[in-house]
Design a protein around this ligand. Sequence first.
Ligand code: SF4
Length: 363
Amino acid sequence: MTAPVLSVANLSKDFPLARGMLRREKLVVRAVSDITFELGRGETLAIVGESGCGKSTLGRSLLRLIEPTSGKVMLGRDNVTGMNTTQLRAARRRMQIIFQDPYGSLNPRMTVRETLAEPLLLHGLADPKTLEAKVNEILSLSGLSRFHAERYPHEFSGGQRQRVGIARALATRPELIVCDEPVSALDVSLQAQIVNLLQDLQQEFGLAYVFISHDLSVVRHIATRIAVMYLGRFVEEAPAETLFTTPLHPYTQSLIKAVPLPDPSVQRQQAELRGDMPSALAVPSGCAFHPRCPLATDLCRHSRPETRMIGDTRVACHHAEAGAAHATAQKIKPGKLDRRLAVLRAAKNEQASAPTDKRQETR
Ligand code: SF4
């Protein structure tokens, strides 16, 4: 039996803090708590949640860019959490990351050619004879041309810069890419181009993606499964369509209702989310979502719900069955998201029928 590309078991990340005049008050921020999931070849797990819920910390912990506090991460059959520095450096060839702002992660003094050549040489994937051909191949796969190779990061538009970020991630032919809000800073048409490029590359190379985003429309377009994160925990995880058609957790339902609509003439449903997400320094007792939940009971205030399976959904809610009924009564209409989705799909069809290279950016 083939091992999943990525297996994560009980992964947690704590940040110790010292507070007070003499910094004697010791606190622990539990940014990521007890996360477990598996991801197969060619699959995308989208992780969604409000800003500060811990999704980026989780993404970085998977690659050990941040050292996890506990738990286990397996890349294929290799234990990433047990690797020493040399082993980890070698494993980085197989797992890459794309950042929201590639500008911050690109060396402003290096041309695109130098940026792409660096990982190829570092991991022994090219020699001086094959280097140019390999760089040109990666540029072409990412929708860039040789003409872009001699440019510096500041000479690119936002969309092009993200393509450079993708090209760099792709250079080592990884099995896993963590995409950390890769399209959040782009406008809708560029988002569509980048998402479609990621999907094309996934189909071509069987890549596994962990796709971190706060944008449910984009996530619905690309995800195989979706995990909803709240204060460091997965509160619901389900196949993408199931999550949109039958959201069981009240938080998921609120997120779906709160999706901004691109058409100002369409009235938005009343979002139910009350207040802001509490600080990770003061996680509420029982179910952490209870101060904002319309279905909260005394049980919720005192007892933390364990994760359980309902159909093919993993959910952490005492009253998930009631939540599903509530969603039906409130007539959550994920169809409204389809307007945004339609823009993404139209762009993909346009690209597919274009006579020139379908991955080539139009602006
Ligand atoms: Fe709401 Fe209770 Fe479910 Fe938490 S456990 S989401 S408070 S119903």
